[in-house]
Ligand binder design. Structure first.
Ligand code: ADP
Length: 414
């Protein structure tokens, strides 16, 4: 054997060894993929050419032919067809990153299943070949739903215990004041002390207003939920409407030693809005501002026009709201301080009503707040709503704003 024959034999033996090794590792890879707990499929164009055991199990296939040879579209619900197609296009162009996304697809029997799906371009044959990896997240979804239900139930329980506290406090005060009044009457105290009678009367009224406010709020959230909260759009001079509300609560701010400012850069701007709802929105924001601002603090209301919007800002130098609570406080039943020992009365439904009343106007409400510095609520109202009729301010003033303030501010003791 010459030197070259030896070299050729050596090269051929090496190739055979490599081929056998490759075949063995290919077999091993095949086995690995077949038994992997993740679902794996390959489709050429839209035709499924490979599915591992885990995928057949996830899709609850009775036989391989339920999946292999089928079109991928028989597993994709209509509403997500466009989304899947655009992901496929990215995969065909090789720009799909193969990230997992949550998708609800159909099993073989057409019942839905939640999966995490990722896909990558495998090869460019006649039709592009895509490798799809899926993870069953049904259990995770169930756990998430359960957690949400538990949280909601907890919130509801808190709300009802809070609600009973909110109902009981004014009722107890009314009851004990009525007893005091009986005693004072029996002992003839009211004859010599007229102030005492009016003080007792004031306590009775204030607590009736608190009960009325609570009931009004409960009726409104129920109405908002069932779509019965009606928007009565009429034309108003918005800055006049706002200033009217702001100046009518001056007594409350004075009483608490809080400075009240009103800045208006909008003149004679007539917009269509529901004045009763605007009043509820502002009275709610202002009563919160007073509740959560200490003596010597400042509350400023500012009204400006920006593009096609009117912006009304209610800003205070109060206790502020922690960042992590800022989204939540617009949700029903949420209070930053839920303890019964808290310094402020309230049921945690005011801001959720404010939010739905602003949304009914196609508006938005924003919040900037910092603990220890203060809070600013900005109500943005569009100016392009169509009114059903125009109302003059004189007509509006006939309605009883004072009564509404008494109700809305009944949580604040004057
Ligand atoms: P409540 O009837 O309890 O005042 P709201 O829905 O009006 O209910 O407010 C929810 C919570 O948001 C309040 O309990 C309070 O913790 C917080 N909050 C609202 N406005 C302010 C404010 N101006 N400053 C500080 N905290 C506020």
């Amino acid at each position: 054997m010459n030197y070259w024959t030896l070299i050729i034999i050596f090269a051929i033996s090496l190739s055979i060894i490599n081929y056998l090794k490759l075949r063995k590792s290919k077999e091993q890879y095949k086995k690995l993929i077949k038994h992997l707990p993740l679902g794996i499929a390959v489709h050429e164009g839209d035709k499924i050419t490979y599915a591992n055991d885990a995928l057949l199990k996830i899709l609850e296939a009775n036989s391989i032919s339920d999946v292999i040879g089928q079109s991928i579209w028989s597993f994709i619900p209509k509403p997500i067809i466009d989304e899947v197609q655009s992901r496929l296009n990215s995969a065909f162009r090789g720009v799909e990153k193969g990230e997992f996304i949550e998708q609800r697809i159909y099993k073989v029997d057409k019942t839905p299943i939640d999966l995490e799906i990722g896909g990558l371009l495998l090869s460019l044959k006649k039709a592009p070949e895509i490798l799809v990896v899926v993870r069953d997240i049904t259990e995770r979804k169930k756990a998430e739903k359960l957690k949400k239900n538990i949280e909601y139930e907890k919130m509801k329980t808190e709300f009802f215990s809070n609600l009973s506290h909110e109902l009981k406090t004014p009722l107890n005060l009314i009851f004990s004041t009525a007893q005091l009044m009986d005693l004072a009457d029996r002992d003839g105290e009211y004859i010599s002390n007229k102030d005492k009678r009016s003080r007792h009367n004031r306590i009775l009224k204030q607590n009736c207003y608190r009960l009325l406010r609570l009931v009004n709020n409960l009726i409104d959230i129920t109405k908002a939920d069932s779509g019965y909260l009606h928007l009565n759009l009429e034309e108003y001079d918005i800055s006049q409407l706002v200033s009217n509300i702001v100046f009518s609560i001056e007594d409350y701010t004075k009483n608490k030693d809080i400075e009240l400012f009103f800045e208006n850069s909008v003149n004679n701007k007539i917009i269509a809005c529901d004045a009763d709802k605007i009043e509820r929105i502002l009275l709610n924001l202002l009563s919160n501002a007073i509740k959560f601002t200490n003596k010597g603090g400042k509350i400023s209301v500012n009204i400006t026009e920006m593009n096609d919007n009117i912006q009304i800002s209610v800003k205070d130098t109060g206790i502020g709201i922690p960042k992590e609570k800022q989204i939540d406080i617009f949700n029903r039943f949420i209070q930053v301080d839920k303890s019964f020992k808290r310094n402020h009365e309230g049921s945690g439904i005011g801001l959720s009503i404010v939010k739905s009343m602003v949304a009914m106007h196609n508006g938005k409400i924003l919040l900037n707040s910092e603990v220890g510095v203060g809070s600013e609520f900005i109500v943005i109202l569009p100016t392009n709503l169509e009114a059903e009729k125009a109302v003059t301010m004189e007509q509006k003033l006939e309605k009883d704003l004072v009564e509404k303030i008494n109700i809305e501010f009944s949580d604040i003791y004057s």
